[in-house]
Design a protein around this ligand. Sequence first.
Ligand SMILES: [Zn+2]
Length: 67
Amino acid sequence: MDTRLMELLVCPICKGPLQHDHDRHELVCAADRLAYPIRDGIAVMLEAEARSLDPAAAPTADRPPAS
Ligand SMILES: [Zn+2]
């Protein structure tokens, strides 16, 4: 991913800097405990798409319904 572009990316919620998790392909906001996905090399800077880093948070769309 283009590092020049990465420098421009900030958290849409708190406007703070994001950390690039190269292994998970995510941009992490430590302040909000959210990880924004990078899909096809494009960061998805949407709170609705972000993954919570809080271990107490309920699992989301990654898991199929438990019926
Ligand atoms: Zn933030």
